[in-house]
Design a protein around this ligand. Structure first.
Ligand code: ATP
Length: 197
């Protein structure tokens, strides 16, 4: 008998550990929808979306091979809020549609949706529960500096642009403080899974 899959929206700011968390959940057998990765795929795969992007930005949005010209598009919208919003207003519904199709095909009781902008785009409203992965700012900065070739001030600038953690904590149904080691993170996630069951 098919049952409706409950979606848990998982989010967190830069370096919070959301990817580490969903990889662990995936290993446990939970299906995961990676919103940011899918958004990057469907600009190439979804023909209607492709047509709409070209209508908005022009044919240079795709290269000669028909691949999305991410760098060129980023330049076009960098200092142009109107264009950025227009582009988002065609990409976000396409991702939503793709996500709905994915959800309908799921068989498990619980699945996760990883998205950096869960609260910013009010996508938590479409989820059964929301789960925030967070960590102290100095820890996040240290981890990102170890992972990427970014300076402290570059990371701080990104953090400043994101929704404040305090705001996200208020909105989340579950909050994991990822200040310890990965084993602590896994234990906290297992606790939440028990509650969900
Ligand atoms: P971004 O939004 O920047 O993609 P993210 O939220 O997906 O970040 P991760 O990539 O999962 O974060 O974690 C950031 C870095 O910190 C990674 O290199 C990861 O391996 C490491 N990390 C995550 N959690 C822990 C932990 N508990 N202990 C040690 N290292 C950790």
């Amino acid at each position: 008998m098919s049952q409706k899959t409950k979606i848990i929206g998982l989010t967190g700011g830069i370096g919070s550990g959301k990817t580490t968390a969903v990889k662990f959940l995936e290993k446990l057998g939970f299906p995961v929808y990676y919103s940011d990765i899918r958004a990057k795929e469907i600009v190439n795969d979804d023909k209607t979306l492709k047509k709409n992007i070209i209508e908005l930005l022009g044919s240079k949005a795709y290269d000669a091979e028909g691949n999305y010209n991410r760098k060129w598009v980023a330049e076009q919208i960098f200092n142009n809020d109107e264009k950025r919003q227009a582009l988002n207003s065609i990409i976000h519904p396409a991702v939503k549609e793709d996500f709905e199709k994915w959800t309908a095909a799921q068989q498990k009781k619980i699945a996760f949706k990883e998205t950096a902008l869960l609260f910013e785009l009010n996508l938590d409203k479409e989820c059964y529960k929301s789960l925030l992965i967070t960590a102290d700012e100095n820890i996040r900065i240290k981890r990102v500096m170890q992972r990427d070739e970014k300076t402290e001030s570059e990371i701080k600038k990104i953090i400043e642009k994101q929704m404040p953690e305090s705001e996200k904590q208020k909105r989340a149904d579950f909050v994991v403080f990822n200040n310890g080691n990965e084993e602590d993170l896994k234990a906290d996630l297992e606790n939440i899974l028990e509650k969900l069951n």
